[in-house]
Design a protein around this ligand. Structure first.
Ligand code: SF4
Ligand code: SF4
Length: 131
């Protein structure tokens, strides 16, 4: 459901391979409902996550089996953050659920994400003003 959540503007893909939402970080479970109700589509959104992940290595360094790639990779024709699931899943099974990458991500800290997104938006505006 990650691609659908991103397309619907719920969040952006983080380096740890999970969706990051500005309010909840990655500390949530995605759910989906099939419906033919006439909802207006919500637009895709960005709020600085991708740029932030370029300069952050917290999850990458915290992942015990080193499953999180330091740079984006080509995955099925799209360049994006990716996790090596051949490394992640065995460790995840061995520890009965790991999720260290989600726990250590700054966006997952309660009360942090919205302020961080606002700060990144201000920084981006300032950069735009000087170009
Ligand atoms: S769940 Fe654990 S093993 Fe998998 S990518 Fe995250 S930190 Fe690494
Ligand atoms: S810990 Fe850092 S690099 Fe990893 S997903 Fe979170 S913000 Fe991105």
């Amino acid at each position: 459901m990650i691609p659908a959540a991103i397309e619907a503007g719920f969040g952006e893909l983080g380096k740890h391979g999970s969706v990051i939402n500005p309010e909840f970080g990655s500390a949530f479970r995605l759910g989906a409902v099939l419906t033919d109700a006439p909802f207006e589509p919500t637009p895709k959104r960005t709020f600085g996550v991708d740029e932030f992940c370029l300069h952050c290595r917290i999850c990458e360094e915290a992942c015990p089996p080193e499953a999180i790639a330091p740079e984006k990779k080509m995955v099925r024709g799209v360049v994006k953050w990716s996790v090596n699931f051949d490394r992640c899943i065995p460790f995840f099974a061995e520890t009965s659920g790991c999720a260290i990458c989600i726990a250590v991500c700054p966006w997952s800290r309660p009360g942090v994400g919205l302020n961080l997104a606002a700060k990144l938006a201000r920084r981006s505006e300032r950069k735009g003003g000087t170009e």
